[in-house]
Ligand binder design. Structure first.
Ligand code: NAD
Ligand code: NAG
Ligand code: NAG
Ligand code: NAG
Length: 350
């Protein structure tokens, strides 16, 4: 019996050891988010403990020497799932045959740079990376955009890769989602694991709307609405919202650098949920393509919604009640995205 079990175990093990590696691209790979992110991906936190990985690292030419250091460190981690690391500054190498693309690199705001010029530079980057996805990646590639302005960059990339389904593009608002869960958990005195179904609506910016009207807190095995668990409506409608909205700026003030460890963790959560799905009864926040059919959000925007994910495809959680307080905040963040989209599309020449 024991030998039979051992034999079966060995068969399973060797089958999983033979799984085809997937190809995962991280751009901005010499940057600070990537420094936390690459390790987690390479050790199996995102695509599973049995899934071998080829990591492709893209950055701009002046960063290639830094990238070499990152490659050495990844090798020195001696991670069994990591089959190959490919550093490059060329999109035709970087985007080839991809299963997943995590687009972290973007043009940062420089001293005295106008918002319009920043947007223009990013439209150029995400147009060319979208075109590279179109030309070189698998049609089933899952694309996550992190580099800011993430929502609009994601829309531009998707429009530049017309043969890849729009549903396969998403942008990161999971960091905001995680921040909201953590604030509520700390306030109630429970673990973040006991908080679910907070929502981030809209843009990844200070106009985002963190909404806990549908959030549930596990108090000693019983699920309670956030308002009943927190018992402080004015905090939930005031300081809670501004704390989440301003959190990125607060981290920069303290660290003199933007959020990196927490951003990397959120990227892992987001991509893992795309790969393996969300738990029953649970939803998460993701910037996804709005078709105009959910919550009165205009179409042709990448807008953060509550989504459930099954079999690598997401669905917006429809039918949640929206009060007037929420409505106004959801519309304000949509208006901001419309304005940014229209400026970006003018740069794109459409
Ligand atoms: N959506 C979110 O929740 C969220 C959270 C945190 C940070 N961000 C954004 O993520 C981005 C990266 O943050 P970071 O702290 O790692 O920045 P960083 O400056 O440390 O690293 C960015 C890297 O991107 C590279 N890069 C620039 N243009 C590139 C291009 N065209 N192709 C490939 N690489 C390119 C840079 O050379 C640099 O190495 C920023 O835009 C930041 O605003 C988003
Ligand atoms: C939307 O959010 C991004 C990311 O924070 C920000 O850079 C951008 O300016 C916001 N859009 C507008 C129009 O304010
Ligand atoms: C999952 O998605 C794949 C690819 O789109 C499809 O072929 C398959 O039938 C789906 N499976 C289920 C259970 O929905
Ligand atoms: C991506 O596209 C494929 C093929 O059309 C589809 O089966 C899959 O559900 C899409 N993935 C997501 C995350 O929507």
């Amino acid at each position: 019996m024991l030998t039979l079990l051992t034999a079966m175990y060995l068969v399973v093990r060797s089958a999983s050891a033979q799984a085809e590696p997937i190809r995962v691209l991280v751009t901005g790979a010499a940057g600070q988010i990537a420094y936390s992110l690459l390790f987690s991906i390479a050790k199996g936190d995102v695509f599973g403990k049995d899934q071998p990985i080829i990591l492709v690292l893209l950055d701009i030419p002046p960063m290639l020497p830094v990238l070499d250091g990152v490659v050495m460190e990844l090798q020195d981690c001696a991670l069994p799932l990591l089959r190959e690391v490919i550093p490059t500054d060329k999109v035709e190498v970087g985007f080839k045959n991809l299963d997943a693309a995590i687009l972290v690199g973007s043009m940062p705001r420089k001293e005295g740079m106008e918002r319009k010029d920043l947007l223009k530079a990013n439209v150029a980057i995400f147009k060319s990376q979208g075109a590279a996805l179109e030309k070189y990646a698998k049609k089933t590639v899952k694309v996550l955009v992190v580099g800011n302005p993430a929502n609009t960059n994601c829309l531009i990339a998707s429009k530049s890769a017309p043969s890849i389904p729009k549903e396969n593009f998403s942008c990161l608002t999971r960091l905001d989602h995680n921040r909201a869960s953590a604030q509520v958990a700390m306030r109630v005195g429970v673990s973040t694991g006991d908080v679910k179904n907070v929502i981030i609506w809209g843009n990844h910016s200070s106009t985002q709307y963190p909404d806990v009207n549908h959030a549930l807190i596990n108090l000693d095995g019983e699920e309670v609405c956030a308002y009943d668990a927190v018992k402080d409506d004015s905090w939930l409608k005031g300081n809670f919202i501004t704390t989440v909205q301003q959190r990125g700026a607060e981290v920069i003030k303290a660290r003199k650098l933007s959020s990196a460890m927490s951003a990397a963790k959120a990227i892992c959560d987001h991509m893992r949920d795309i790969w393996f799905g969300t738990s029953d009864g649970e939803f998460v926040s993701m910037g996804v393509y709005s078709t105009g059919n959910s919550y009165g959000v205009p179409d042709d925007l990448m807008y953060s919604f509550p989504v459930m994910i099954k079999n690598k495809s997401w669905k917006v959680v429809d039918g949640l009640s929206i009060n007037d307080f929420s409505r106004a905040k959801m519309d304000a963040t949509a208006a901001e995205l419309i304005e940014e989209r229209d400026t970006a599309l003018a740069f794109l020449g459409v």
